[in-house]
Write a protein that binds this ligand. Structure first.
Ligand SMILES: [Zn+2]
Length: 393
């Protein structure tokens, strides 16, 4: 090595050293969620891990991660994929989506609040939502009506629904048909057929609100197609998913085999009763998805929040990871728009719910003021949306 080569080598060594120092100073992650119990059923993972986030995406899930611009201490808490609530009424109120977000809900569906005639404001609220929201348009053109969405059959207007979806094809991901007698009168079969007339050519799912319908599910379920959703699956008679002796209807089992999704839809009135939950769970017919049927009043009703609804089946044999699966990976499969959600896989959008699993004595209420006791309950703690910690007001 002559003098010139020596100088060259010294210069490049200095450059390398400087680059090395820079790399050490520039954190690899924008945020690391430290030391929580990460439960991600999509990855079959249940272990204490750090979750590293960079550029709004999950960048690493490892036992320990190094430099980060910010850290969030999750020790003693659960770190799970952002929750997906497929039955809410978050788009009825401008403040709705942000309230759901505090509970860990990073994706929501507004299920039938609005019909063709009042879809535009619901879409505007959904577009303005901080998290990912989409809408099921009510086949009743005026949406939810106190006197019944489609008791007047003329309100189940196929042309109006098609035109409304055409206007908002990017936000409408399916249809909702509410089939209780108080909503449809005797029109349930015809209303459901009309919803399918709109949905089928567009390849969209239909969600039916079951329970207290004039017709039996033996007649209604055959009108559903693969990917359609039955919400309020624990609704008591008339026309529950079980017969008078408490046995699951064969049509219900056949529907699940055909790929029809069964969802909880907690709600406030008429949708869930513990004796039905007991019968259904005992026969091994567990929900595919949880949902709240949320509205701005839910904080003070039996819903409370999504993590509370997820805790209600612990006493019927469901484990914590199984409940998380219902609210994450399973729910992500129901709508195309959620296909990259419900997971902490590296590369996925960094939507994360941090929950507390508390032990103690908790009371859970059904829609009939019946109470059960539970020993565990999930509480919302923090939400990370698109890689950023959501401020807790
Ligand atoms: Zn609802």
């Amino acid at each position: 090595m002559n003098r010139r080569e020596l100088l060259c080598a010294a210069a490049s060594a200095a450059v390398l050293a400087r680059a090395g120092r820079l790399a050490a100073q520039t954190p690899r992650f924008d945020l690391v969620i430290k030391g929580g119990r990460v439960i991600d059923p999509s990855l079959r993972l249940d272990a204490v891990r750090d979750v590293g986030i960079a550029a709004g995406r999950i960048a690493a899930v490892e036992p320990t991660l190094g430099a980060a611009a910010a850290t969030l201490d999750a020790r003693g808490k659960l770190v799970v994929p952002g929750l997906i609530d497929i039955h809410t009424h978050a788009a009825r109120d401008a403040g709705g989506p942000a309230l759901c977000l505090r509970d860990g809900v990073t994706c929501f569906i507004d299920a039938g609040s609005a019909g063709a005639d009042n879809l535009d404001p619901a879409v505007a609220i959904t577009k303005a939502a901080p998290q990912t929201g989409r809408i099921l348009v009510n086949i009743g053109r005026q949406g939810i009506l106190p006197d019944g969405d489609t008791k007047d059959l003329a309100l189940a207007d196929v042309g109006a629904a098609r035109a409304a979806i055409e206007r908002h094809r990017d936000y409408v991901v399916g249809l909702k048909a509410r089939l209780s007698e108080t909503v449809v009168g005797k029109n349930d079969v015809e209303v459901l057929k009309r919803a399918q007339q709109v949905a089928e050519p567009l390849g969209l799912p239909v969600m039916i609100h079951m329970g207290q319908s004039p017709s039996s599910l033996r007649e209604l379920l055959p009108i559903l197609k693969t990917g359609d959703i039955v919400t309020h699956m624990f609704a008591p008679p008339p026309n529950a998913i079980v017969d008078d002796a408490g046995r699951l209807l064969p049509e219900v089992l056949a529907a699940r085999r055909r790929g029809i999704v069964f969802d909880v839809g907690n709600g406030v009135r008429d949708h869930i009763r513990w004796d039905i939950v007991e019968q259904v769970m005992r026969q091994g017919f567990w929900p595919d998805t949880f949902s709240t049927d949320w509205n701005v009043m839910s904080g003070t009703t039996g819903v409370v929040d999504f993590p509370n609804c997820m805790s209600k089946l612990f006493g019927y044999g469901m484990s914590v990871p199984e409940a998380i699966a219902c609210a994450t990976v399973n729910a992500a499969k129901t709508f195309e728009v959620f296909r990259d959600r419900g997971t902490l896989n590296v590369g996925a959008p960094a939507d994360v719910a941090i929950l507390e699993l508390r032990e103690g004595e908790f009371e859970f209420v059904d829609n009939y003021e019946n109470k059960i006791k539970g020993r565990q309950r999930l509480f919302p703690s923090e939400t990370v949306l698109k890689g950023a910690r959501v401020p807790r007001a």
